[in-house]
Design a protein around this ligand. Structure first.
Ligand code: NAD
Length: 287
């Protein structure tokens, strides 16, 4: 069994790499630069596991092919992809520059597509050749993409896009023996430490424990394991020990437009009032 973890050199990706290696996967730990991925590979090897480092940039379509190819070449086949690599470039919409938009869309949305595409082609080829495929694709969304967060229109667009992408991928890849699930993690990493410090002033040991990436890694490792083959097309919101299933858009209520356009505003207002309130950042309907 082999796994690719993008952005596997730090934070959540490191925790996923360690958990998957502990569960018996040979892991391709992918991250930018020479240091982070190699350090995680050394950790896995020191614990008796098997891993190889990759420095492919997931925003580069050809490099993403190289990443999938490395797993197949080194470990014979690819069974798990965790598309996790990510960056933040927070700005309000009125202040956001083109590069901040493009960079975030490239790493999250294109990076997820690029790696998932090459993996999907590999799984389809194996399925068509008659070989049994029991594979997993895990993608990464966020509370920002699911519920909305000020200053993150670029990130929320990418992350909501990934959630929608994952629903389609789950349907398309199921016939090949691949399950696809999306995780919205909350964990203390270099991505979240500074905003959390700004918001909370200090981070207690208790909070550090509750936000340890290993909580999310446990769930991801289960989703990648043999018991989860039939679990697909779901979004898991994982905040430390708290796990929830995030449900998607629902059509409620519906109405037929009145013949008189002058009555439309009233009908629309009534529908808005009757609709469930949008979720807050905790994912709850507080209206
Ligand atoms: N930490 C949280 O609470 C939280 C919340 C919601 C979503 N997420 C998502 O979880 C994922 C992991 O985030 P994290 O908190 O561990 O952040 P992190 O910064 O600790 O790790 C992300 C890793 O991705 C790597 N990366 C960035 N661009 C890359 C590229 N082009 N190719 C390969 N690797 C690349 C980075 O070098 C880094 O090591 C991200 O997708 C993030 O958006 C995290």
């Amino acid at each position: 069994m082999s796994a690719v973890v993008t952005g596997g050199g730090r934070g959540l990706g490191r925790a996923y790499s360690l958990a998957l290696a502990a569960a018996g996967h040979a892991v391709v730990v992918n991250d930018l630069g020479d240091g982070p991925a190699a350090a995680v590979v050394a950790e896995i090897e020191a614990a008796g596991g098997t891993a190889v480092a990759s420095t492919h940039d997931v925003t580069d379509f050809a490099a993403a092919a190289g990443l999938v190819g490395l797993a197949v070449e080194r470990f014979g086949a690819l069974d798990v992809v965790v598309a996790n690599a990510g960056i933040l470039r927070d700005r309000t919409l009125a202040s956001m520059g083109e590069a901040e938009w493009d960079d975030v869309i490239a790493v999250h949305l294109k990076g997820t597509f690029a790696v998932a595409h090459h993996a999907a082609a590999h799984w389809r080829a194996r399925a068509k050749a008659g070989g049994p495929v029991d594979a997993r694709l895990i993608t990464t969304t966020s509370a920002s993409g699911l519920y909305g967060n000020i200053g993150q229109s670029n990130y929320a667009a990418a992350k909501a896009g990934i959630a929608g992408f994952s629903l389609v991928a789950a349907q398309e890849l199921r016939p090949y023996g691949v399950s696809v699930n999306c995780v919205a993690p909350s964990a203390l990493t270099r991505l979240t430490e500074a905003p959390l410090l700004r918001h909370e002033g200090a981070i207690t040991d208790e909070r550090r424990h509750a936000l340890d990436p290993s909580w999310v890694a446990r769930v991801v490792a289960w989703l990648c394991g043999p018991d989860a083959a039939d679990v697909t097309g779901r979004v898991f919101d994982i905040r430390g020990p708290q796990v929830g299933i995030a449900s998607g858009w629902h059509l409620e209520p519906t109405f037929t437009q009145p013949d008189d356009p002058g009555e439309l505003g009233r009908a629309l207002r009534a529908a808005v009032a009757a609709a469930p309130p949008a979720a807050d950042m905790e994912g709850r309907r507080n209206g």
